[in-house]
Design a protein around this ligand. Structure first.
Ligand code: GNR
Ligand code: NI
Length: 188
């Protein structure tokens, strides 16, 4: 398995609508394995394929993972889930606000309101059709990852003013952390 490079905003691959997967192949499974390894290595709770430069409708997440600093990445795995071609088939009227972050917008956080519960249809790691009803952090994370497949970042849910502030802070953050970021899994 391989830890992949994370693409950071603004990058065109993060703005593109990703392509559906016709059939889940071994190549896609290898990508999902690498994405899970990358997610644990970078302290993420989810990761979408465009974030590693692959414009395909694939995402992984593990919202139950162990996240203590002293636990090595390979021991964080608790409930890894893989989603191919996910589609929201139902969403609740209720919203839930969460202070979101993103590996592609490093060092930045903002509150985003999204449906509290969603029902999602998808293909799993083995290409089997499945449905899941998600709530709480799983619902928030799943919607954040699904947005990536449509070229949408959490900052796109903010007002223009707030988004401009976050993007300006990101630019400053990138400048100040250039060296650390070059050595890390981040692609500048
Ligand atoms: O690690 C992540 N944390 C997170 C926190 C709140 C809402 C969404 C997320 S997903 C993010 C990893 C990431 O960028 N996935 O695309
Ligand atoms: Ni993200």
């Amino acid at each position: 398995m391989t830890v992949l490079k994370i693409y950071v905003a603004p990058h065109p691959v993060l703005k593109k609508k990703a392509e559906p997967v016709a059939k889940v192949t071994d190549k896609d499974r290898k990508l999902m394995d690498d994405m899970l390894e990358t997610m644990y290595a970078t302290d993420g709770i989810g990761l979408a394929a465009p974030q590693v430069g692959v414009s395909k409708r694939i995402l992984v997440l593990d919202v139950e993972q162990k996240r203590d600093d002293d636990i090595p990445p390979q021991e964080r795995r608790v409930k890894p889930l893989c989603f191919v071609n996910p589609e929201i088939i139902w969403e609740s009227e209720d919203r839930r606000v969460y202070n979101e972050g993103c590996l592609s917008v490093p060092g930045q956080y903002a509150e985003v309101a999204r449906p509290d519960k969603v029902r999602v249809k998808y293909l799993d790691y083995d290409g089997k059709e499945r449905e899941i009803e998600a709530d709480k952090l799983l619902a928030t994370c799943l919607q954040h990852e699904m947005d990536h497949l449509d070229g949408i970042l959490f900052v796109d849910h903010l007002s223009t003013l707030k988004r401009d502030i976050v993007m300006r802070k990101l630019k400053k953050y990138k400048k100040e952390n250039e060296e650390e970021m070059a050595e890390s899994h981040v692609l500048l």
